[in-house]
Design a protein around this ligand. Structure first.
Ligand SMILES: *[C@@H]1O[C@H](CO)[C@@H](O)[C@H](O)[C@H]1NC(C)=O
Ligand SMILES: *[C@@H]1O[C@H](CO)[C@@H](O)[C@H](O)[C@H]1NC(C)=O
Ligand SMILES: *[C@@H]1O[C@H](CO)[C@@H](O)[C@H](O)[C@H]1NC(C)=O
Ligand SMILES: *[C@@H]1O[C@H](CO)[C@@H](O)[C@H](O)[C@H]1NC(C)=O
Ligand SMILES: *[C@@H]1O[C@H](CO)[C@@H](O)[C@H](O)[C@H]1NC(C)=O
Ligand SMILES: *[C@@H]1O[C@H](CO)[C@@H](O)[C@H](O)[C@H]1NC(C)=O
Ligand SMILES: *[C@@H]1O[C@H](CO)[C@@H](O)[C@H](O)[C@H]1NC(C)=O
Ligand SMILES: *[C@@H]1O[C@H](CO)[C@@H](O)[C@H](O)[C@H]1NC(C)=O
Length: 468
């Protein structure tokens, strides 16, 4: 409950009044408002995500990937979709970010607009023996499917079961070519990268947006995960200008295919930096880690981006990631972490400027205020962060700071990840992941003490129950 109070304070004086929260005063703007949970479609109002009844929605959840080579959600050869979803709900989570590969849609178009039966991708990714074995194991645990069940049908069934448990599902365009993400050399890094065709990407987003329209509990989806400089295609135009050009075009495609869905827009440098957009800087000259320079940027008329210029402006939510392995952000203590988060995009929440902003003034080729306030209030979600699930969790500096930060400002979040193991990851089959919330057999927590002592209390403190 405490965060609601803080939230009210944050709202007062920035938005009209705290009375904005009163459900009854908000008239639904869309025609087809669902009269049952989840009360879609959703939209944004200032820094908040609101449902069609005008209620502020907060998410706390997990990532459950299907972006590996098989394009089938991980773990289904070990446990049923229903039991996995039950376990997610049992910890209080209300949100599942599901990373997928655009290749899923490419396959659909390659095969004369027919969706692929799931044994096919298993066999091509795992080989005939293991592919056949894992097919049988998936069917054993999930008798609702047959060998003819297709990739999108599996995903649809999972989304429907999730709806019964009041779990939101957020499709995340994680990679173009299905495989482990993310590096500078994986061919999925940037627009036009080795495996990252821009037209296929937009076609894939359009398809997933229409598919999402068939599921009431898909109220949001992403444009692209963790954009970064490609080292496969050198000087590939990695900068703010091409970022905004491609992302705004893609947002238009999603909005045209599904005008109801919220669109999450992640940052540069592995999802960490949206500063030029939130602070409305000149995109030609704004500071940008590892970016390709716009050499004549200072000679040209300034170019800035404003969500308000687009018909989908009130559908966009900013999306940020942060890991200890960050190349350029200081994750050493809470003061610096908060200054970095504020500077890189969380300023869009209209929160106070962190004190440590003063010690981080930088010159990146141009004089600019490092911690400039945002030009437009917009929701910001923290959709990836994580670490090994062991005793170190309790005293982890970064996760501890993120916990306090999200609680204080009512920031929606999703941890990386649920997966106790991966069907195939970087060539290794049934590869255990010590970062997974679940253990390698998907029927128990990897570190139960951490779930009880760290994750559940965090979820509880987010006060999600007010959403129902
Ligand atoms: C509302 O639903 C009807 C029928 O399902 C559909 O034809 C119409 O386009 C929808 N309107 C909006 C605004 O989504
Ligand atoms: C593609 O699908 C359509 C509609 O199902 C069918 O009429 C057509 O014969 C198919 N084409 C090929 C090459 O399979
Ligand atoms: C799969 O589809 C084929 C062709 O439509 C059909 O003959 C077969 O019985 C189906 N198999 C299962 C397990 O549903
Ligand atoms: C949405 O559902 C309808 C009706 O079941 C189906 O015909 C259509 O193919 C679905 N759309 C997508 C993109 O899956
Ligand atoms: C998208 O990015 C590519 C690669 O940097 C660039 O060549 C292209 O012009 C961008 N497209 C738009 C619409 O900005
Ligand atoms: C930060 O610096 C500004 C300008 O020098 C100063 O006005 C402000 O009081 C400082 N804030 C903190 C928290 O130190
Ligand atoms: C089959 O999968 C197992 C792990 O379950 C792995 O150890 C083995 O190498 C795989 N076999 C082949 C031929 O890839
Ligand atoms: C996962 O947890 C369950 C329940 O505690 C346990 O039965 C199972 O052996 C565990 N699996 C692994 C690989 O530790």
């Amino acid at each position: 409950m405490t965060f609601i109070f803080v939230w009210m304070l944050a709202l007062t004086g920035i938005l009209a009044t705290a009375a904005d929260h009163a459900v009854s005063t908000i008239a639904p703007r869309q025609q087809n408002v669902s009269s049952t949970w989840p009360y879609g479609p959703f939209s944004t109002r200032g820094r908040n995500i609101i449902n069609a009844r005008g209620e502020v929605i907060t998410w706390a959840g997990v990532n459950w990937p299907l972006s590996g080579e098989t394009m089938i959600p991980e773990g289904l050869e070990h446990a049923s979709a229903d039991s996995i979803l039950d376990r997610i709900a049992s910890a209080g989570f209300n949100f599942i970010r599901m990373p997928y590969a655009i290749e899923m849609v490419d396959l659909f178009y390659l095969n004369n607009q027919t969706d692929t039966p799931f044994p096919q991708t298993l066999i091509s990714a795992l080989g005939p023996d293991n592919g056949t074995l894992v097919t049988s194991q998936i069917l054993l645990h999930n008798p609702i499917w047959t060998r003819n069940t297709t990739l999108f049908k599996i995903w649809s069934d999972i989304v429907r079961i999730a709806a019964r448990k009041k779990l939101y599902v957020h499709p995340d365009a994680h990679v173009s070519k299905a495989k482990w993400c993310c590096s500078h050399t994986d061919g999925n890094a940037w627009f036009g990268d080795e495996h990252s065709n821009v037209d296929s990407w937009k076609r894939g987003l359009g398809y997933v947006a229409s598919w999402a329209g068939n599921h009431t509990n898909i109220v949001s989806m992403s444009l692209r995960n963790e954009l970064r400089e490609s080292w496969v295609i050198p000087r590939g135009g990695y900068n703010w200008v091409n970022f905004v050009g491609n992302m705004s075009a893609a947002a238009g495609v999603v909005h045209a295919a599904n005008p109801g869905v919220l669109i999450s827009w992640g940052g540069m440098q592995y999802g960490q930096d949206l500063s030029a957009l939130t602070a409305k800087r000149n995109l030609l000259t704004a500071g940008c880690y590892k970016c390709d320079a716009v050499r004549d940027g200072f000679r040209r008329e300034p170019v800035a981006f404003d969500l308000g210029d687009y018909p989908w402006g009130d559908k966009v939510i900013w999306e940020m990631h942060l890991y200890e392995g960050s190349e350029d952000m200081d994750t050493g203590n809470c003061r610096m972490i908060e200054a970095g988060l504020y500077r890189n995009g969380f300023n869009a929440l209209g929160i106070g400027r962190p004190a440590a902003c003063n010690s981080t003034l930088r010159a990146s080729g141009v004089e600019e205020e490092w911690c400039a306030p945002a030009q437009r209030l917009t929701p910001v979600v923290l959709s990836e962060f994580g670490r090994r699930q062991d005793g170190g969790l309790m005293s982890d500096v970064l996760l501890g700071c993120l916990k306090e930060f999200t609680k204080r400002y009512g920031v929606s979040w999703a941890m990386w990840s649920l997966a106790g193991n991966y069907r195939i990851r970087e060539g290794r089959q049934q590869d255990e992941d010590t970062w997974g919330l679940l253990n390698g057999t998907w029927n128990g927590w990897r570190f139960g003490e951490g779930v009880e002592g760290f994750w559940k209390p965090w979820v509880r403190d987010m006060g999600l129950a007010v959403n129902e």
